[in-house]
Design a protein around this ligand. Sequence first.
Ligand code: UDP
Length: 491
Amino acid sequence: MVSQKIHSVLLASPGIGHLIPTIELGKRLTTHHNFDVTIFVVTTATSDSDKTKSHILQQISNLNSLDIIVTPPVDVSDKLDPNNPSLGLQIVLTMIESLPFIRSEIQSMKNPPSVLIVDIFGTAAFPMARELHMSSYVFFATNAWFTAVNINLPFITDEAFSRHAKNHEPLSILGCEPVRFEDTLETFVAPWGPIHKRYVEVTREIIAIDGILVNTWHDLEPGATKAVIENGVLGRFVKGPVYPIGPLVRTGEPEKGGDSENLILSWLDQQPAESVIYLSFGSGGTMSKGQMRELAYGLELSQQRFIWVVRRPTEDNASATFFNIAGADGTIMVDYLPKGFLNRTKDVGLCVPMWAPQAEILKHPSTGGFLTHCGWNSVLESIHNGVPMVAWPLYAEQKMNATMLSEELGVAVKATKTVAEGGVVCREKIAEVIRKVMVDDEGVAMRVKVKEYKVSGEKALSVFGSSHESLCKMAKDCELHLHHGSEAKGR
Ligand code: UDP
């Protein structure tokens, strides 16, 4: 058999949190597994003006190994219920609308691709892959537990969903911890509407595909990883194999970026080792004005050094900036932070408007804790740098992630709110959890644990490591598919 490079097309759905792991997968495939990779970056009408995305694209365009095609921006607002514009549905519809462009680009490629890899929002592309004789894979840029939820989904009965939603019974997931109602997804709270139906349809698309890639590794989640692999092997839920291939994570660029980036990193250079807590809620996370004030006061009470990525508050949408994280004017922060806060904390803290160089901050030796919304990329970046966390989940599967980090892995403490606190996490609680991670004995134990997971993640990706081997197997399967395809065409 002549060993030829496998050309794979990767579709990144809108959202920085979807683009970043897709790029990391592309890099891994080209540098370690003899693939040619083309990435389609799907954009919405709003994300098109997004400076940060351009910055990230600029960084990757320096990597000659990846071909990047940015799709024309799509506006699906007329297809959404204005009273319930589900973020997930918006992304799925954007992917569907972008398919004709992607198809015509693929068909005009001189080196026709034989593999299509999409994230969970791009499964509508699978019929196209079949028509174009490409093998198809889904890349879950999340953990094995949430992947298990997705592959179980088409097989969960309406009755089980109803008991979960109405009686708050845990949702059983084969071979994994059940999903407790307090950790559940927004769509599972009302699992009878069109959004839930659409979600099930999306997951049904993965039953017959060639394989599933998951951004986790065996030693992080032995039970859930085994469960998803066995589901695949036994053909119980999905036909193709499941490959745990993580942690694929952004490691921070060696060279420094723009002025504000340099300022943050130079400030960190002047702080003692592991003394700074970094606070960020991913690309989309926002909170109410009341909650933001409590967070500011809580930070002051904690008496810890900090870097806080501050966003304009929103009252009723925790993912308000998901599609648009363009830089903001820092001076407006005084409008929504407590009076005098910036001045009182100027010697111990930095407030950064909208966006910070997270990978570089977490990598810095002065960073000792991360208050995070528990998006999976953020979690992996924290583990990769051996940084323990305060878990403050906002939406999507983040509550499941927070539970796993605090109760199973022992690398985070949760910031939870009580009813008595009137729907916000109060300042005393915030100070308590920050001190727990930064100074208490509990934090010391978490720091030890997270560093153990850091090492185990590195081992998984090294030659002969479980994740490296897993991606080798997937590459081999793609090669076989390519070989069979060429034979069939030659006949
Ligand atoms: N990120 C960043 N700076 C910020 C906020 C986020 O660099 O101020 C990056 C972060 O490092 C991560 C990604 O954006 O790689 C966010 O992905 P995650 O899965 O954590 O959350 P999402 O944004 O998808 O909710």
